[in-house]
Design a protein around this ligand. Structure first.
Ligand SMILES: [Ca+2]
Ligand SMILES: [Ca+2]
Length: 545
């Protein structure tokens, strides 16, 4: 039996029961107006009366100026189109050349006319936690969605999504597509920060999906990627105020398993063959690697394989062939969607006023290390595409080499909109890097995390990884198992675990030291359930009253 089945396709009655339990949760969020006032008061204290008069003059002047020339004001605030794919591997994109037959002309166009952030990673490699990190600019251990558990929703009160700050600055905001963390129905399904809402519960369905439009539940007709595209175009053309700048999320359900392509793409690439993965990662035997990874390959059956062998027999290629081909076919509709939205923006004269961000919520194993799915700290899982087009600031064919994270997107969007980064955001603005400038103090090491998944406990234990440009240390906090250390320069396929090689002891010690610093810097919390417990407690209290 497919193990994902349990996680994602619970019987409808169970779903409804859980929805009833969670439905009454109202999310209150307050705008931090006091911050603006406090700032103004502190300016007043510092300024002498002349400065104060000139500040007031500037404010009045800019207000009247803005009213008289709305066109110029409009140009100062760029629009945002954020396309987020579900489970697109970083190299499943035409420009990478990994799959010679794969055609993604519109994704390639974004890289050609903008920036390709080549070393872009998610802070946790599964759907719901990553989506919440993109929105809030914070780690899963901060916003609270550190697993795909249907009960957890981010702590929005403390960690508002960037879209709320955009709304405050006069933006019109829309979320169209998968959110994953909202397992509620009706108006309660709408997450904070969006003027227009079109989404669905959990993973959604590829065909004729139940949907939620501004709180109204109904069933749509057709293929999910096309439905979302149509909704995005309708919103752009008919449903927004054209005098306000906009921020539109087009967050896809595809290409998540069961990887069902649009019927028009069912036979695409039928005459093609999947090439072997680079660095022979399909030849993985897990020799010298943690035992939990060999256990993982047996899934729920692992107890039938005790004692777990110290290495596994090499698998023959192809691995998960049909599933991988289906995933690539799903990408065809995503690329068409991107092309259609770009064409509409061009037609409306907004293409070059719009910052287009294209990424994926996590990576995906395409047979590398014999795996499918994601979650782990291997490159195929934690690395995702990140393309940004905004010709007013970003030159064509810009390549960013620095390590960037999904928590950097919210601060980047706010920076481009001229909004100061809120204190709670842990990411950094990528704007200077996107402009092709060097950031001397940019982070040299990144922190990645994963928390045990209740639905699929053998997918991996709690773990963190520290990745520098050259090395990666993975610490799973297990006393009876080994950790991992890879030299990404000599072993980009991460096949050779160096954790027990004495000549790497010094490197290991340095990385462990970095781990301590990063955990402190990002306020790492090893307790997976800290936020879930609070959510459940507040639900219990509500039911009791
Ligand atoms: Ca995903
Ligand atoms: Ca060692």
């Amino acid at each position: 039996m497919d193990l994902f089945f349990l996680n994602y396709y619970l019987p409808e009655y169970l779903n409804n029961f859980l929805n009833r339990l969670t439905e009454n949760k109202t999310i209150k969020y307050e705008f931090n107006l006091s911050f603006g006032l406090n700032y103004f008061m502190s300016l007043m204290k510092k300024s002498n009366i002349i400065n104060l008069i000139s500040i007031l003059f500037l404010i009045v002047n800019s207000v009247t100026h803005a009213q008289s020339i709305p066109e110029q004001t409009k140009q100062k605030q760029p629009n945002f189109l954020f396309v987020l794919v579900d489970d697109q591997p970083f190299d499943a994109i035409g420009l990478s050349g990994r799959y010679p037959f794969l055609k993604t002309p519109n994704m390639d166009r974004l890289a050609k006319e903008g920036a390709n952030v080549e070393n872009f990673f998610v802070t946790q490699s599964i759907c719901s936690p990553s989506r919440a990190s993109f929105l809030t600019g914070t780690y899963p251990h901060m916003h609270g969605v550190n697993q795909n558990n249907r009960h957890v929703d981010p702590n929005w009160e403390e960690f508002a999504p960037y879209s709320i700050h955009l709304q405050e600055a006069g933006y019109q905001t829309a979320h169209i597509g998968k959110i994953h963390m909202a397992h509620t129905k009706g108006k309660n399904h709408i997450r904070p920060g969006f003027d227009y809402w079109f989404s669905f519960v959990g993973q959604g369905k590829y065909f004729d999906p139940p949907v939620n439009e501004n709180g109204e539940e109904y069933q749509e007709k057709g293929y999910m990627t096309d439905i979302l595209t149509k909704k995005a175009i309708t919103w752009l053309k008919e449903k927004r105020d054209p005098n306000k700048p906009f921020s539109l999320n087009l967050w896809h359900k595809a290409v998540h398993q069961p990887h069902l392509p649009a019927p028009r793409h069912a036979d695409l690439y039928n005459n093609e063959e999947l090439p072997l993965p680079p660095y022979d990662t399909h030849k993985e035997t897990f020799k010298g690697k943690p035992e939990w990874q060999r256990k993982k390959t047996y899934g729920f059956e692992w107890k039938n394989h005790l004692p777990i062998p110290s290495e596994l027999p090499e698998q023959e290629w192809p691995i998960n062939y049909d599933r991988n081909m289906q995933l690539l076919r799903c990408l065809a509709a995503i690329d068409e969607s991107l092309g259609r939205v770009l064409a509409i923006l061009e037609e409306m004269g907004e293409l070059d006023n719009t910052v287009i961000i294209y990424s994926s919520d996590n990576g995906y194993f395409m047979g590398e290390h014999t795996f499918l799915d994601k979650r782990l700290a291997y490159e195929n899982s934690m690395r995702v595409p990140m393309l940004v087009r905004y010709p007013k600031l970003i030159k064509q064919n810009t390549k960013v080499k620095e390590q960037c994270l999904n928590i950097d997107v919210a601060p980047t969007i706010l920076d481009l909109a001229g909004i100061d980064k809120p204190d709670y955001m842990q990411g950094e603005s990528m704007v200077n890097l996107l402009k092709g400038k060097k950031e001397k103090n940019w982070r040299k090491a990144i922190l990645f995390e994963y928390y045990l998944d209740t639905y699929w406990p053998y997918a991996g234990p709690n773990q963190i990884a520290v990745r520098t440009e050259r090395y990666k240390l993975v610490d799973a906090f297990l006393e009876n198992d080994i950790d991992e250390l890879y030299d990404l320069k000599t072993d980009p396929g991460e096949m050779n675990n160096l954790i027990n090689s004495p000549e790497y002891d010094k490197i290991e010690a340095e990385l462990r030291e970095k781990a301590v610093l990063l955990k402190k810097q990002y306020k790492y919390n090893p307790n997976r359930d800290w936020w879930l417990k609070q959510v459940m407690k507040s639900k219990r209290n509500k039911t009791n009253h």
